[in-house]
Structures are given as C-alpha cells and as structure tokens.
Design a protein around this ligand. Structure first.
Ligand SMILES: [Zn+2]
Length: 485
C-alpha cells in the first residue's frame, strides 16, 4: 500500500512536471541551436571546400573520395562518434582531364560544350567539317560509311524545345502541390540515339555531338558509368552553338571544328563510399534508435555541384557540428550520412539499406530519415510522403522555426532522391522543401551549378532547420508514425 501511494505521488509529479521540463529544455536547446548556427561561418567554410577547393564530386572520381575523406575528418574533428567511410560496389571512376571545342572556320569561335561523364577520350585532336545526321535514317548513316571514320558528327536536329520554367514552388500557398522535376525535352533525330551511337561506333566516328535543352549557354550534362570503353566519345553542346553549326552546315557555310577530349578512368578501386558519423543517444530505452539525417555528397562533373548537392551536404554536416557545440545529449542517436552514387541511381543510400536494414528488427530502429537535396536556398518544411500522422507532428515542429523562414510541410511525396531508399523499406523518410527558382532551368546538373548560386545565409538557415528537426525527432517520447500501406 505504501509503495503504491509513493508510486502514485511520483507518477503525479512526473505527469505535471516532465512535459513542462522537457518543453523548457527543448525551447532552450532550440534557442541555443539558432544562436550557434546563425552566427557561425563554419557552414560557409565547408561549402567553399566542397565546391571551390575540391570541385565536382562525380561518384568514383578521386575528387569524390577526397571529399568523402575530408568530410569524415571534419566530423571526427568536431567530436562525432564512429566517423567512418562505408564502401559499396560502384564501378570504374572517371575524370575529365582536357576539353576544347572550337570553330576554326569560316571564323574563329570557342564553343560551349562538355563531354558526358564516362565518355572515352577522343584519339587526340580531331579537326574537320562536322557531318550532320539528324535527319538521316539508319540506312543513310550506314551508307555514309568511311566518311564517318574519325569524323565529328552532329547527331541530332537543332534543338527547338527548351526547359524554360522551373517547377512550381511547393512552399507557397496552402493547396496541393505538384512535385517532381519538369521533363527535359530530349534531342530529336530521324534515327534513335542508341541506334546512331552503335552505328557510329562500328564505323569509327571520332566524336558525337548533341544539343542541350537549356538556354543561354547553360548545358545539362550527365552520363553513365556503364558506357563501354570503346564507345564513341560524346559531348553536349550549348543548344545555341549546336543549332548554329547545323544551320551553317545546311547552308553550305562549311564550318570547321577542332575538338579534343581527354579523360581518365580509375579501376584500382571499384567501390564508392558513404560517410557516416553520429552523436550517441543517452536514453537507455531509446538510444539504440537512430534519427538519420543525410544528403548526397556526389555531383555531376561540369561545374562544382553547388546546389546539387554541396548545399545539402553542408547543411547536414553543419547541423551535426551545431548539435555538438551546444552539447546536445539526444535521447535517440543522431547519425549523419553523406551518400555517394545518388546521381547514378540512389546507389549509396540503397546500399546502406541493403547492408544494414534488410531485416525488420534493424529497420524498426531507424526512427526517421531526414534528407536535404532537391532545390536550393532556405529550407521551408518537408515533403511528408502522404504520412498524415507524421505531418501533424512535423507541423508542430515548424512553429519555433517560423522566425527563420519555415513555411509549411506538404503532404505530397517527392521522388528522385535518397529518402526513397528508406521510404521503400517502410521507414518514415522525408526530404526538405527548398526553392526551385533557377534550379531546374539553370543549375541542376549543369555547367552553371557553381557556388555563387548559394548564399551563406541560406546555408546557415538550412543547417539550423535540420539540427532542430533532428533534435525534435531524437527527443520525442513516442516513435514517428510509419505510413500504413
Ligand atoms: Zn542531382
């Protein structure tokens, strides 16, 4: 009886004081996170190193490995636990070592163009009048035969459709939003591209040029690690330059080009790497549960991968640094991941799920995954992947972030980034909402994805936002609801 009375008294006291205490603690922690994050210049330093110093971080390239090692060392230096690289199978690496593309007659003009990633090198410097095959049938191309040996080939018709507007801003308004990237108009030709490429390879063409689908000298360039080593070298030209060459060729103006592509392949290590580190949880009951935050560290190769995705990688790294500086003692473990291979198909995040979360028991220990990738600028909220109960919780968590720009969470999901690997494994997994202004039309996967597109204030805001959300998720008594499917 005595025991019972004491029990009731303790329970009553706990019921009255614990939520208040937790709330106060949470308020002061959020204030501390903001104070540290909004004044520190560390985010700018991280971002500058990733973009300007290390440069583009194509998965498999030495620069990506350098970035991963550098990030791991930073996380270690900030005092995080278990900072490590986790390998996953990828394939050969590639880097661009040299590229010139010039018109030398009837007048001189340097052109804007880039080799696709994993394109073979040209065999030295190629010069000559380009051969236009955009309107040629497969039989026409075969008939050209020896004329194509070593030739510079214009594969497609002039580009007339362009990606001219960014997707709608999901953070604006209150209604439903359409998520996902606007389609990129493909290049057009009489013969399908894959069929042209196999013929050009058989006929020994020197290099194959295609137009981009963006304007104003902006070129979106990707590539595939599965490109055969004896494939025809391929290059994407700024649409305006490409179109000019086709018009000149068709008008009999006989443009002459000089092109050289130098590349290097890396086959010593066919792995790529994810970077991981953590702040251990302190609650004996919850510390084996993990709040995972992450962003992909890799990028495409023609600029420095600033908006895609050095800003996201910076935000999650800086969020962890801030949590360390404010001496956060989260109930759950907070782990950070910097994925590799996102651009080639969410490979790093998928490898992590396969390596660690194949079984239901470890899957149930990932409380939530928070991802920072598409868009740029400040963070406004999260795409909630049709998880209404989780959205209600996240909505409440936005309140103390209103003063730094939080707008809303949207119920809709988004695809094409790393949270999908976790979402598909049944783990609550959400990506931040950011701005798309000049993202789709200008910086995403392009030669314009450079550091100037990102402001230091936005980097700080995004880091604070992520730190606060990770903290909230790590402190919550109950789990984050999983979507019923
Ligand atoms: Zn991307």
């Amino acid at each position: 009886m005595v025991l019972k009375r004491v029990g009731i008294a303790v329970l009553l006291t706990a019921a009255l004081s614990a939520p208040l205490a937790a709330q106060q603690d949470s308020q002061s922690m959020i204030a501390a996170i903001k104070a540290e994050g909004l004044r520190s210049t560390e985010a700018t330093n991280v971002f500058h190193t990733l973009t300007d110093v290390i440069g583009p971080r194509l998965t498999g390239s030495p620069a990506h490995v350098e970035a991963a090692r550098w990030a791991m060392e930073r996380l270690k230096a900030w005092g995080l636990d278990k900072a490590r690289l986790e390998p996953f199978p990828f394939g050969p690496g590639w880097s661009l070592e040299k590229l010139t593309v010039e018109m030398t007659a009837p007048r001189y003009m340097p052109l804007i163009g880039y080799a696709e990633a994993w394109s073979p090198a040209t065999s030295g410097v190629l010069t000559g009048e380009p051969v236009y095959i955009g309107d040629s049938t497969a039989a026409d191309i075969d008939r050209l035969g020896p004329r194509l040996r070593g030739a510079i080939v214009l594969m497609h018709r002039p580009q007339t459709e362009f990606l001219r507007s960014d997707r709608p801003e999901p953070s604006e308004g209150t209604g439903p939003v359409q998520t996902g990237s606007p389609p990129l108009p493909g290049p057009s030709s009489a013969t399908p591209t894959f069929s042209m490429l196999s013929r050009l390879r058989a006929l020994g063409a020197g290099v194959a040029l295609s137009p981009g689908a963006m304007e104003h000298g902006t070129v979106r360039v990707q590539g595939s690690p599965n490109t055969p080593r004896d494939a025809v070298p391929t290059m994407i030209l700024a649409a305006e330059h490409y179109n000019m060459l086709v018009r000149m060729a068709q008008a009999g103006a006989s443009p002459r080009l000089r092109i050289e592509v130098g590349t290097r392949f890396y086959e010593n290590d066919l792995n790529s790497y994810n970077v991981l580190a953590e702040i251990p949880g302190t609650d004996p009951r919850l510390r084996d549960e993990v709040v995972l935050i992450g962003a992909h560290l890799d990028s495409w190769h023609t600029a420095t991968g600033a908006t895609d995705n050095a800003d996201g990688a910076t935000a999650v790294m800086e969020a962890m640094r801030i949590l360390m500086v404010v001496h956060a003692r989260p109930r759950r473990t907070i782990r950070v991941a910097l994925w590799g291979g996102e651009e080639e198909g969410l490979l790093g995040a998928s490898a992590y799920v396969n390596q660690h979360l194949r079984d239901a028991a470890p899957r149930s220990k990932i409380a939530v995954y928070l991802n920072d990738d598409p868009g740029t600028g400040p963070t406004y909220g999260f795409y909630m992947q049709n998880n209404e109960p989780a959205k209600r919780i996240f909505d409440a968590w936005l309140a103390p972030l209103r003063d730094i720009g939080a707008r809303r969470n949207v119920i809709e999901g988004i695809g094409a980034t790393d949270h999908l690997a976790f979402d598909q494994a049944g783990i609550p997994a959400f990506t931040v909402i950011k701005d798309f202004r000049n993202y789709d039309t200008r910086t995403r996967h392009t030669n314009a994805d450079l550091a100037d597109a990102v402001s230091p204030e936005d980097l700080r805001q995004a880091a604070v936002f992520m730190a606060v959300m990770a903290w909230q998720a790590a402190m919550r008594e109950e789990p984050i609801p999983r979507r019923t499917r």
